[in-house]
Design a protein around this ligand. Structure first.
Ligand code: FES
Length: 97
């Protein structure tokens, strides 16, 4: 369970709730965000986003081991589950905009 905050690139901050077993990509798609992805298995890197944990209790849990290089502030939404709260620093777009 997690709260995910993100910007639409127009200085608007949004949030949604990520379910316990849901990957971040599944959550992004569920709430209508045009998330970029291809393999959904952690090897292409297309879905990579920058993030910032909002507190010390925030945890990332990978369902598959990422096969792409990730900086400390990057994650792969396609195979990452989150506990706690985080901000996606990469601007993302709502599917209806
Ligand atoms: S979609 Fe390929 S690594 Fe996430």
């Amino acid at each position: 369970m997690a709260w995910i905050f993100y910007s639409d690139g127009k200085l608007n901050l949004h949030k949604f709730y990520l379910h316990q077993q849901e990957t971040l990509l599944a959550g992004l798609l569920r709430v209508g965000i045009k998330a970029q992805f291809e393999c959904r298995q952690g090897y292409c890197g297309v879905c990579k986003v920058k993030y910032r944990a909002l507190n010390a209790k925030t945890r990332l849990d990978y369902t598959l081991s990422p096969l792409v290089m990730l900086a400390e502030d990057e994650l792969l939404p396609c195979c990452c589950r989150v506990q706690g709260a985080l901000v996606i620093k990469t601007a993302i777009t709502q599917a209806d905009s």
